[in-house]
Ligand binder design. Structure first.
Ligand code: SAM
Ligand code: DTB
Ligand code: SF4
Length: 310
């Protein structure tokens, strides 16, 4: 924890220089992986995460509850994502946990998307061991389950589950042989120490997560965090850099919040070691930059999209 905190205190350029050095020792330079995100079950979630539009506790946020999509519709979306250049397809459900009766539908989705040659990721909430094993058996590559923030800030943001619940699911995912995608959100009013606390927790997982999404809070009207104080953009870049140094082998995903970031800030995030973005005009419920603008930005920076790993 002390070493992670010390990284945050470095002069900005020293931190960026170190992060880019670590990046080049572990990952190809000038390469960013393109992912696509689909909400396979939207809204009506029983959890009360203070940032989220999909919680049934935040009715003013105005996201209607839907049903789990049919595998055929998911396959169609994955085909479209692949045609746009994505090599990874992430499927998210607004659940506390999947029901056993949904497992056949979920595993069918994984098989279909995997058969397209796309890397697969799902985020469905808490898992039981058997559910994690079924997803692995169907060919799921990654499971996303974010720690989201430091243990001592968690209770300010979410009351319906504990930090330990998150750690327990991550352990089950690891035991099932799945790769772990776990990261967090910054800009929720947490302190720098708490941002360091999140990264220290992620870095302490054994094995370390293979994928770390760093989300910038997208403030959503009707949620408890709609008026969270704005975060200095350099502090966001610092968080990306510290994640890169502390979890050197992971793909660091520049996730939610890019829509409101300038091209220059995004370029700084790439310099800090971010090497994946979500492509497509929508995340789960919030807008994302248009595909053409993203591809143009990468081209302007001489960054090539990473080839897929079939
Ligand atoms: N329901 C599942 C869960 O919470 O594990 C999966 C979906 S949930 C929407 C996935 C992640 O999206 C959250 O852990 C959080 O990091 C991120 N997220 C949700 N709403 C966000 C927002 N308004 N701004 C930034 N990130 C957000
Ligand atoms: C993650 O850490 N970020 C993605 C993905 N995992 C599932 C989700 C971002 C959601 C942003 C808010 C929304 O669109 O509702
Ligand atoms: Fe539900 Fe996930 Fe949103 Fe929390 S972040 S309310 S668990 S969909």
């Amino acid at each position: 924890m002390a070493t992670v905190e010390a990284l945050f205190e470095l002069p900005f350029l020293d931190l960026l220089y170190r992060a880019q050095g670590v990046h080049r020792a572990h990952h190809p330079a000038n390469e960013v992986q393109l992912s696509s995100l689909l909400s396979i079950k939207t809204g009506g979630c029983p959890e009360d995460c203070g940032y989220c539009s999909q919680s049934s506790h935040h009715k003013e946020a105005g996201v209607a509850a839907g049903k789990l999509m049919a595998p055929a519709a998911v396959l169609e979306a994955a085909q479209a994502a692949r045609a746009q250049g994505a090599t990874r397809f992430c499927m998210g459900a607004a659940w506390r946990n999947p029901k056993d009766r949904d497992m056949d539908t979920l595993t069918a989705m994984v098989r279909d998307v995997r058969a397209l040659g796309l890397e697969t990721c799902m985020t469905l909430g808490m898992l039981e061991e058997q559910q994690a094993r079924s997803l692995k058996q169907a060919g799921l590559d990654f499971y996303n389950h974010n720690l989201d923030t430091a243990p001592d800030f968690y209770g300010h943001v979410i009351s319906t589950r504990s930090y330990q619940d998150r750690l327990d699911t991550i352990r089950k995912v690891q035991q099932a042989g799945l790769n772990v995608c776990s990261g967090g959100i910054v800009g929720m009013g947490e302190t720098r120490r708490q941002r360091a606390g999140l990264i220290a927790q992620l870095a302490a997982l054994t094995p370390q997560p293979e994928s770390v999404p760093i989300n910038h809070l997208v403030p959503i009207k009707g949620t408890p965090l709609e008026d969270a104080p704005a975060l200095d953009e350099f502090e966001f870049v610092r968080t990306v850099a510290v994640a890169r140094i502390a979890v050197p082998g992971a793909v660091i995903r520049l996730s939610a919040g890019r829509e409101s970031m300038s091209d220059a800030t995004q370029a700084l995030c790439f310099a800090a070691g971010a090497n994946s973005i979500f492509l497509g005009s929508k995340l789960l419920t919030t807008p994302n930059a248009p595909v053409s603008a993203d591809l143009e930005l990468l081209a302007r920076l001489g960054i090539r999209p990473a080839a897929g790993k079939p």
